[in-house]
Design a protein around this ligand. Sequence first.
Ligand code: G4P
Length: 289
Amino acid sequence: MIDNTQSIQWFPGHMTKTRRKIKEILPLIDAVAEVVDARIPVSSRNPDIAEIIEGKPHIILLNKCDMADKAATNQWIKYYKEQNIAAIPIDCKSGKGLSLFKDTVKTALADKLDAYRKKGMVGKPLRVMVVGIPNVGKSSFINRIAGNTKAKVENRPGVTRGNQWFTIDKQLELLDTPGVLWPKFEDKAVGERLAFTGAVKDKILDTELLAMRLLENLSTGYRDLLTARYGELDFNCDSWELLIQIGKKRGMVIRGGETDTERTANMLLEEYRNCKIGFISLERVEDYA
Ligand code: G4P
């Protein structure tokens, strides 16, 4: 028997310091590139980012697109475009999509480049701050795009020493976020989705409960994938029963014919995280329209 009243307990994040550091640095940057997890582009964001960056041109990098549902990712790109936010799918594991980054920055900052040209400031590089909550792949992105360029310590007036600047080429410099941006801690659904993807690695929820919640999420849009992976399933039941069905299909039975639900839950989470069930996006535009 499991306690399904249990919920994720978050420690309050200390955003104040990061907020202040970002605000300090804003006058020095031209745009913000926000790395999100393409499978959960809502939950993998800092909820205050739009307000913190005060209208700076904003580019969204839908990372881990190799693990996401391609159709859902394309919908998100369209959705952001309608809001005048450039978004590109990237895969920092293979490097796919990264070649689009520089051109996307230049397009997003076309007015600024034009103004530089008119003032004869042709060599002035564009400066982009890269932000993202932990585990979205921000370091992988910077490593991929900056290659072997060493981080340089910035000594410009007003810029705190130790900020991580990377010179990409003559036209582009990147700055890593000064501090840590946290997700929307207080939202239970956000915590669960981060736990499904493995972004939150602590054991914040009972494994069986987490697997049940995952099944609830998958049952809305991905029944076909569940059936293809585990065989014919009866979805007219609660997620606990569904977990038991899956365990039985996999022969995860203990003495007396009872399903080993903990083993089933671990298997399900592991197979979801490794994309063995398929390429799945747990947040889709239509859920937010
Ligand atoms: P962070 O700086 O935002 O905290 O994230 P980081 O780059 O450390 O990446 C977090 C995890 O996500 C790493 O896996 C990394 O390999 C993986 N990752 C990053 N980008 C992608 C991507 O586009 N696709 C896929 N499939 N994975 C990606 P890890 O298991 O923590 O470490 P490891 O596998 O690199 O050893």
